[in-house]
Design a protein around this ligand. Structure first.
Ligand SMILES: [Zn+2]
Length: 437
């Protein structure tokens, strides 16, 4: 009975050619058979495709340790990492069934079978990149080798910014199961007798992972955890830190937002993070402030500053006046395109930029993306906001409509991560806002 069942199952699974029970398909035959059924492209075709559609989704199906051992991954605007073993379960979080996207691995064999599986699942527009990472790097195309952190759920190790000041840079993609929800920048500042953490992180597991890393460089207890705003990746890890005896500090508006929306945000993230959100609970900040709060660390001084309504109602920055280091949070962007939300006040954001610039920061740690400097974040934050406002103003002056707003020129920002997700949305939200200004 069992024997009878085996054949139809194998035949139905299109991965395998029909075989008799005595035969075994060699991997070579299997690959050749699948190859003929797939839309495969080589390196020059992928280069052309990425020129034409720079924001097309590309999925690397290798696991982290292979990516590290093999020297990196393809540098492109819209890359996801979904290891082959999780592909069937995670793909729906990455692409829509009708999307066109590219799949690759190291030599092209594993990704070929992965692409075939996706095609069978209904993702008809999957493209297989047959030269894969090996071919890409040998052709001297752009690669990235930002060090994934193997031993920890953190996206990157803690990196030293200055004496006793560290940051762990998150992924610049949305929060995903694969990046453990670490998609923003976390920080640690070591004081004389205690430490301060910037952002509680996006869940209990990440907060714990950050703490493990901190313990490797410092034996000081964490006394304060400062939330840059009430967004998930700033606050969801708070209950871990409370268990460690830390005091959670946030802006007074953040506390109100969390009291109102905290549970709903947690519910939404539970859907994305699945088992990885275990232990995460909403806790409210213990201390809040309105304009400014000063923390004395003995050997360092910290100022928590609120500049008013900008990207959100409640964005704050952490300023170290002696070291001239600014943890700018979501007030400053450069690697990722900044998002304009319905609640974003772009005019005020530009206005308050003068105050931020007047701090004369030497090192800027933005909310997302690598450590940088003031001119760079000015270009991609104030510069982008001014550019967009001028363009939308032109549309309004010419009695244009929403359709014209969609088309405003944002070419100078095309290379930014999340351009595809945000450019048109930013234009339309800004148009609707400025119509009533
Ligand atoms: Zn953010």
């Amino acid at each position: 009975m069992l024997k009878k069942l085996i054949k139809p199952i194998f035949a139905a699974s299109l991965l395998f050619p029909v075989i008799s029970s005595a035969d075994v398909v060699t991997s070579k035959d299997l690959v050749a058979n699948v190859q003929s059924q797939m839309n495969s492209i080589g390196t020059s075709e992928l280069v052309k495709l990425l020129e034409k559609e720079p924001n097309i989704k590309v999925i690397d199906v290798r696991n982290k340790s292979d990516i590290l051992a093999q020297g990196g991954y393809i540098k492109t605007n819209n890359l996801d990492f979904i290891s082959r073993d999780k592909l069937e379960f995670m793909i729906e979080d990455s692409v829509k069934p009708e999307d066109k996207f590219v799949v690759y691995c190291y030599t092209g064999n594993i990704s070929l079978l992965a692409a075939k599986q996706l095609k069978d699942m209904g993702y008809k527009n999957v493209i297989h990149y047959k030269d894969s990472y090996k071919g890409w790097s040998e052709a001297n195309q752009k690669i990235s080798s930002l060090d994934f952190y193997l031993e920890s759920p953190l996206y990157n190790k803690l990196k030293k910014v200055s004496e006793g000041v560290y940051t762990s840079i998150g992924a610049t993609q949305p929060p995903r199961y694969e990046n453990n929800g670490h998609n923003n920048n976390l920080g640690f500042i070591e004081g004389k007798d205690f430490g301060v953490v910037w952002n509680a992180s996006g869940n209990y597991m990440l907060a714990k992972a950050l703490h493990e890393e901190i313990k490797k460089i410092s034996n000081k207890p964490i006394k304060y955890v400062v939330l840059e705003n009430s967004q998930s990746h700033a606050m969801l890890g708070s209950n871990y830190w409370k268990e460690q005896g830390a005091t959670i500090i946030a802006h007074e508006i953040s506390k109100k937002e969390l009291a109102g929306d905290g549970e709903a945000i947690l519910k939404r993230h539970t859907r994305i993070m699945k088992d990885k959100i275990v232990g995460t609970k909403i806790v409210l900040p213990d201390e809040t402030f309105k304009d400014k709060m000063v923390l004395d660390l003995g050997n360092k001084k910290i100022e928590l500053l609120y500049f008013g309504h900008a990207h959100e109602y409640d964005d704050i920055a952490l300023w170290m006046p002696n070291e001239k280091i600014l943890f700018a949070g979501d007030l400053a962007f450069h690697q990722r395109m900044l998002p304009i939300f319905k609640i974003t006040d772009t005019a005020h954001w530009i206005e308050l930029w003068d105050e931020i610039e007047a701090l004369d920061a030497k090192i800027v740690i933005p909310g997302h993306g690598d450590v940088t400097d003031m001119p760079t974040v000015t270009k991609y934050t104030k510069g982008y906001l001014e550019h967009m406002r001028a363009k939308i103003e032109e549309v309004l002056d010419n009695d244009g409509g929403l359709a014209d707003a969609y088309k405003v020129d944002q070419d100078a920002y095309r290379h930014l991560d999340t351009y595809k997700e945000l450019a048109v949305q930013n234009a339309s939200i800004l148009f609707e806002q400025m119509e009533f200004e």
